[in-house]
Design a protein around this ligand. Structure first.
Ligand SMILES: C[S@@+](CC[C@H](N)C(=O)[O-])C[C@H]1O[C@@H](n2cnc3c(N)ncnc32)[C@H](O)[C@@H]1O
Length: 187
């Protein structure tokens, strides 16, 4: 998991104005990016599949103003995509990394998320985190990391994430760019 900083978030937001006022994150984990978003957006939602992580971290995050959802992003994200009638910054981070203790690892939800978001008509920003974990790690690090190689082999979707594919869900987008470890599409 690469570090997503306040400076990086501001860099991404500054490229196209006005920036969305609402942030939706998939994959809360311990709430690092949720807390960061609380300093930059009027409304912050976050979705976590792990019941243990949700129970441990949602009280503190909600006390700071976040709206925490427990469940699978493939079920929870469509509800938010339907109900939020304004531009949203979607931070798609519900994927496995070996640096997130307690994280649930299952089928990659990213393509379902992108499909649902493609049906929205707002000038959203779609930000996929850890894009180099998908792109370069699998080539370089796999050799040294047999456990990760096995997971990639068993989950072929993880081998099919790159910027052109992410951007292809959003024809006519304003811009698609990799900034640091984030793949960003501006609709
Ligand atoms: C990379 S971590 C998120 C890191 C966090 N956004 C941060 O920056 O601090 C991925 C998280 O997604 C969760 N997750 C995995 N699959 C999920 C799914 N289908 N729905 C919701 N959360 C999921 C994992 O349990 C894990 O906590």
């Amino acid at each position: 998991m690469a570090k997503f900083t306040a400076a990086r978030l501001q860099e991404i937001l500054a490229r196209h104005q006005p920036a969305p006022q609402t942030f939706v994150e998939t994959g809360t984990w311990i709430g690092n990016s949720t807390r960061l978003a609380l300093g930059a957006f009027q409304k912050v939602h976050t979705i976590e599949l792990s019941e243990a992580l949700f129970k441990e971290h949602s009280p503190g995050l909600e006390a700071k103003g976040a709206i925490c959802h427990h469940g699978d992003t493939r079920i929870e994200l469509p509800k938010l995509a339907e109900s939020i009638a304004e531009p949203v910054f979607w931070f798609l981070d519900a994927h496995w990394t070996d640096q997130c203790a307690g994280a649930v690892f299952g089928p990659l939800p990213l393509f379902d998320e992108l499909q649902r978001l493609s049906e929205r008509t707002y000038p959203d920003v779609i930000c996929v985190d850890d894009v180099h974990s998908f792109i370069s790690h699998r080539a370089a690090a796999l050799k040294e990391r047999p456990a990760r190689a096995k997971l990639f082999a068993e989950n072929p979707d993880w081998n099919r994430v790159d910027l052109p594919r992410i951007a292809s869900y959003f024809p006519g987008h304003r811009e698609a760019i990799i900034i640091g470890d984030q793949a960003v599409v501006y609709r």
